[in-house]
Design a protein around this ligand. Sequence first.
Ligand code: CUA
Length: 155
Amino acid sequence: MHLHRYEKIWLTVGVLTLIAFIITLGVNAFAMGAQPPSNTQVMDPTKVSQTPPFDQPALKQIGQNNYVANMTAFVFSYAPNRMEVPVGSTVTFNVTSKDVVHGFEIPGTNVNMMIIPGLVNSATHTFTKPGDYLILCNEYCGTGHQLMAAHLIVK
Ligand code: CUA
C-alpha cells in the first residue's frame, strides 16, 4: 500500500501526540501522585459507631482559627447536627456514612461531596462571612431525604 507523504507526517504526529499524552498522564498519576483527593480513608461501615473519631462525632478546635468536624451521615440526619464557629474559621469536615450513600453540600461554598459507606470523605472551607450555613444531603437516600440537614452557625 502506498501512503501519501502528508498522510505519513500526520500519522506520525498523531502517534507522537498519543505517546506524549500517555506519558504525561502516567507521570502525573503515578510518579507525582496526582490522584483524586477524596476517599483516602477506608473503614468498616458496620462499625462506625465503635470507630474513633466517629464513635463520638464532634466539632473540635485544633488551632486558633482551625476546626475539625468529624461527622457521620445516616438516614436522615447528620451528627453533630448543629455546630458553631467564629467568623474567619477554617473548618475541615471529615464525614462517613453509617448506612447508605448520602450527600454533603454547603450551598454558597465549594463544599460538595458524596458520602459513601466504608469511606471517609473530607473537605475544607474558610468561613469569612457570618451566617447560618445549611449542610444538606443532595443524594437521594430514602423517604426522609428532603429532611436531611445540619447547621453550621458562623458568628
Ligand atoms: Cu441523605 Cu439524601
